[in-house]
Design a protein around this ligand. Sequence first.
Ligand code: 0L1
Ligand code: MG
Length: 256
Amino acid sequence: MTSLSGLAQIVDEAARTATPIAQLTDSLPDLTVDDGYAIQALSVARRRGRGERRAGIKMGLTSRAKMAQVGVSEVIWGRLTDAMRLTEGAGLNRARYVHPRVEPEVAYILKRPLEGEVSAAEALAAVEAVAPAMEIIDSRYRCFKFALSDVIADNSSSSGFYVGGWAPAATDVANLGILMEVDGRPVQIGSTAAILGDPIRSLVAAARLVAKAGERLEAGDIVLAGGATAAYPLSAGQFVQTTFQSLGRLSFNVEA
Ligand code: 0L1
Ligand code: MG
């Protein structure tokens, strides 16, 4: 069997060169979720070897819309690096992705570590600030098709993220309206409540899942709580804008 580090090289190279690949489970049908997380860790270690630094984590499949879109019904996580962070208002270079999609999210930044089983109140007490965000996801698998262990190995499709202005941690983000528009046309309408009923539950799940991997959330980490709506496919020339009730607006152009 191909080694886990060999598989990490395959998914990392696919992401680095924006080249679509076959699902790992096509040739390795017994690949487990634990294997997927091990491959993910090894592939992100390769990024660190190229000088990228830890920025936090992303939670995935935290809403019914997202689970239905990809046919997977478990909350998953992936790792964010500084190189994935995109500057608000700056263009997204379409050529750097295989088949990018965007989803509206809520971001937390932590002021202290968070680890293991925590309550919502404990999670909130570790939050420095909260912000509107958009995640750019990009499965490296052909046709955006994968099994659970495939997508986890592929860093849970994480590939970029925009974060808007930070608001105080005490801001109530449990049920805020969201409107995502492309070229002035509404493409997704939703609520932050779609994120596990309240995005803070995603932070609670993040602390638990990361601890399962023997890690913890650190002060300064950004945690993307997960898409509030289904993701929307991106093509060159689009102008994407998302308005978050109370939190403000975030936008970018997709460049060829
Ligand atoms: O952020 C997400 O919810 C994506 C998780 C992976 C599934 C997908 O690529 O849509
Ligand atoms: Mg997401």
